[in-house]
Design a protein around this ligand. Sequence first.
Ligand code: ASP
Ligand code: MG
Length: 443
Amino acid sequence: MIVMKFGGSSLATAEKIRLCISLVKNELARHPLVILSACGKTTDQLIATAKAAKQGQVDTDALEQYHRQLIDELNLDYRVIEPLISQLTTLLHGVSLLRELTPRTMDHIMSFGERISTRLVAAAMAGEGVVASAYNSFDLGLLTDSRHNNAIPLSSIEGEIKEQVGQIDPVPVVTGFLGKDQQGNITTLGRGGSDFSASIFGAAIDAEEVQIWTDVNGVMTCDPSVDGDAQSLPVLSFNEASELAYYGAEVLHPNTLIPAIRKHIPVRVLNTLNPTDPGTKITVEPVRTERFAKSIVYKEDVCLINLTSPRLMSAVALLSNAVSELTRHEVGVHMATTSEATVSLVTDRHYDEAYLEEPINNLRKYGEVEVERKKAIICAIGQELKGQVGVLGKMFTAVAEKGIKAKMVSQSASELNIAFLVDNTEIEPAVRALHALLLNDRE
Ligand code: ASP
Ligand code: MG
């Protein structure tokens, strides 16, 4: 069996959905298990709709119209998704009455994206002569912990998934991104989590290969919407790909590769719009290129927290207190630096800006807290960075020439990445400057 995962952009229009179906048809002999994201930007829209409901406004028109158009253009019956749309509307009314939107409710609301896309695409497949049925991943054994919005699959689920998948007829069309906790609540695996689902299913069924279908020619040297000169990378090691995903390359979800690495299942990132392109193969063995790194990535909207202790608490104690405070609130820390009495931490973005308020207030008991929002991590990734002399200087000069001052430089012990912080507004010039360096410069 193989796993074929299609992302939101590959499912954004009726025409693109037909393309995905034709790709599945080509692979029928290899028994595909299909994993889907929500169509287009549905998840973003669901989040916006949920937030509006919390303010007392229930409006599902845009979502309904978008899906209705897909249904019409694919000659399907609206009844395929109607029950889901009405459940969503009821739930949103509940939120608007209570004016309360917990992470658990947000997960439930976000789940409609994938539950709708799988119903819709399975029906469209049937229309194209492919026998297919839609399944919720959680009904096939994908159980997680209860960390809503960022749930982690339980370690013992593979046997159950294998057994469940073994009992169903081809072609299963399964929801990405979703799980359920042991209390039966729907959970989600973090934004972009459908890749993770693909790799979890791939590992559980011992797939021959996991194919991640997206709208670019695999993993690129940088985000092609930031620099049109971006090129695709034919090969990337698992470790590089994990770093790349961790630091924000939208093409892969950070945890995607772990189940696949464990089982040595090859992962390929392919382009739905250009299916004959070989895309990027993710391998165990690292491959060195002649460039100083393989890719320049960025993560926007992160937040910088500077904590200074007037009581001369040691930096180590300060760091440990700060990190445990943030972890207790499930705030991820991406970078950390220390000086004698100051600790600087960079935390992840979140759909709710207010989520940092409580942990930040709690940090004030250790010292003075300064918060800078709307920052971005810019990161060069590649095993070429290992042992390279003078690379930092080259990178800094390149961004400094654009008038950008890089802050909080960090290089991990693995030497697979060099990261620093800039303002959100400096992403484009910084990425372009480093990318030009990457394309033109030789080690
Ligand atoms: N639909 C989810 C998201 O937008 C999961 C995914 O696309 O992988 O984050
Ligand atoms: Mg994605």
